[in-house]
Design a protein around this ligand. Structure first.
Ligand SMILES: [Zn+2]
Length: 262
């Protein structure tokens, strides 16, 4: 009987298990998980219960076009004032949460604080908020960064979110069709009008990528929607290249006071 051959692997396996457990313990001690918004210790990889309870998830009733939450339900098909006064190039927009203090800290930690591990959490919330959009869509298109910013930041946060949403809803990510041809100034601190001017002509669909766009229903993926200027510029470029429809899905959107339906 070849007992040595059977005993040896099991002993090795036990040894490996013990080593792995010790390593895991070591990592936990070295890197205790912190709440990305208040830096409190947490168990697991999310927000602490206090920050979680402060996040303002967007739920119906909201404007069927812009996804802006309504204070009361005006009935089916009623649009927000913004959607009527200045309809965007994109068809519909949806967001997981309101852009407030907690959401801002969360996005900041994700984007600039090396908390790429937050992508699954944010992406799953986005997939849930965008169910109406992903139903029947052909591809997800992350808002591209200019290569210089991508180089400085090392990753495109919109692409990371799109990958998670893709896994959740089964719609592929199209990475190539949209290109940022203008290194725009940061939108932070700009007025609504300046934001639109800033991103004008910033995005382009290359002739070679038109087949990926033509006749297709696309969803632009971004982290935050403020004035909607960036999403609008992306949608214009995709529609010019022949897209059948463009929707927008973001993690957080700014909701201003003027949100009562007409
Ligand atoms: Zn917290």
């Amino acid at each position: 009987m070849d007992t040595a051959a059977t005993v040896q692997p099991s002993r090795l396996a036990r040894l490996a298990q013990g080593l792995r457990a010790r390593l895991r313990l070591g990592l936990d001690v070295a890197l205790p998980p912190l709440c990305p918004t208040c830096r409190d210790l947490v168990t697991g990889n999310g927000l602490c219960p206090a920050c979680w309870s402060k996040l303002a998830f967007i739920a119906p009733p909201y404007c069927p076009r812009l996804g802006i939450p309504f204070a009361y339900d005006p009935g089916p098909g009623i649009l927000s004032m913004q959607a009527i006064a200045a309809p965007p190039a994109y068809q519909r927009a949806r967001a997981a949460v309101r852009y407030d203090d907690v959401a801002a800290k969360l996005v900041h930690a994700f984007k600039y604080g090396d908390r790429l591990d937050l992508a699954p959490l944010l992406g799953r919330w986005m997939a849930r908020a965008g169910r109406e959009l992903t139903d029947g869509a052909d591809a997800l298109v992350p808002v591209p960064l200019h290569w210089r910013r991508l180089w400085a930041r090392r990753f495109n946060q919109s692409a990371a979110l799109a990958e998670v949403i893709s896994r959740e809803c089964g719609i592929p990510v199209a990475h190539t069709p949209l290109r940022r041809v203008k290194a725009t100034a940061q939108q932070v601190g700009l007025s609504r009008k300046d934001r639109a001017t800033n991103v004008q002509g910033a995005f382009k669909v290359d002739a070679a990528a038109k087949a990926e766009v033509s006749g297709r229903r696309l969803i632009v993926i971004d982290d935050v929607l403020t004035s909607g200027a960036t999403s609008d510029a992306c949608a214009r470029a995709l529609l010019r290249a022949g897209a059948a429809q463009v929707d927008v899905l973001v993690f957080a959107r700014v909701v201003d006071a003027a949100r009562t339906p007409i």
